[in-house]
Design a protein around this ligand. Structure first.
Ligand SMILES: [Zn+2]
Length: 303
């Protein structure tokens, strides 16, 4: 219980600092690789507190990253079990093996990169897992999606496979999803929600609580961490850049990431797919990817 106790003074310090963002920035956590300043309570040994989700509607407290990842581990395994019984988990096909293979190859390359450079590996305690799901939407179309959860739990949907098209394409999407987990984007989001929840608890109880309540199917717990929290534009751009670096470290052809986005545009008639949020636009992403490739190739050669 001790670790769940929250120091009010410490917490208020963290919360108020976020308001005076200019004051906190110099001491903010830094995202590895991009060095972007990031507000992550766990870097201050502060718990993340969500307004509801605990037993009896009490606030849910995630004491530290280990605690959060342990909770997610249980929920992810439960999700996989239910997906299996609903027959939406694809297993032992060439596609599902590919997803696991490429996911492991990229995560191993990240580990090798940090070992080789004698740097502290930010994901050394992640338990990577990669699943392929076969789910249709209400209109009967295969869902084109991929998501990640903190601690390294990644899912691909079969509908996105024609867009990925080949190993380099899968690696492009995989690199992007791994990047979200690597950069603790969900933890950052939860930190923001945590701040808001203390500041404007009433508002959050209405909006955030309702969204979760409305989605109380098997995805309930998973979406809380994986899907319902949209990433910001900065996070998406960061994941695009990091995704490229991971592709390069793992020896994949980075050029294919541009082709993936072109296929994404065609497949969706230029409409925004569920996969990744509405911003930045595909055009922007393609332009960025083209601009970054040369630099990434030099800075992050294949390990
Ligand atoms: Zn993304």
């Amino acid at each position: 219980m001790r670790e769940k106790k929250i120091s009010r003074r410490k917490f208020i310090y963290g919360a108020s600092c976020s308001i005076c963002s200019a004051l906190i920035l110099p001491s903010c956590a830094e995202v590895p690789i991009t060095n972007r300043k990031q507000l992550n309570f766990y870097e201050y040994n502060l718990p993340i507190i969500l307004p509801s989700g605990g037993i009896g509607g009490l606030p849910q407290i995630y004491s530290n990253e280990k605690h959060l990842n342990n909770v997610i581990e249980i929920q992810y395994q439960d999700f996989i079990k239910k997906a299996k019984s609903k027959k939406i988990l694809v297993e032992n096909t060439s596609e599902s093996k590919k997803i696991k293979e490429i996911g492991m190859h990229i995560s191993n390359s990240i580990n090798r990169y940090y070992a080789k450079n004698s740097l502290k590996n930010p994901v050394s305690d992640f338990k990577w897992e990669f699943a392929l799901l076969d789910v249709k939407d209400q209109k009967g179309n295969l869902i084109k999606n991929a998501w990640c959860m903190p601690g390294g739990k990644i899912a691909f949907y079969t509908g996105i496979m024609p867009i990925a098209k080949n190993d380099d394409g899968i690696a492009s999407i995989m690199g992007h999803e791994i990047a979200h987990a690597f950069a603790r984007h969900t933890v950052e989001k939860l930190t923001h929600y945590s701040i808001i929840s203390l500041g404007t608890q009433g508002l959050l109880n209405t909006n955030y609580g309702k969204v979760l309540e409305d989605n109380s199917d098997i995805y309930n717990n998973v979406v809380q961490f994986g899907i319902l929290l949209p990433f910001s534009r900065n996070m998406e751009t960061e994941a695009d850049y990091m995704g490229l670096t991971f592709m390069s470290l793992s020896g994949f052809n980075m050029e294919e990431s541009v082709q993936v986005w072109k296929r994404m545009q065609v497949q969706n008639n230029n409409k925004v797919p569920e996969f990744m949020s509405s911003h930045p636009s595909p055009e922007n992403r393609i332009e960025n990817l083209n601009n970054w490739m040369q630099e990434v190739e030099i800075k992050y050669p294949s390990v």
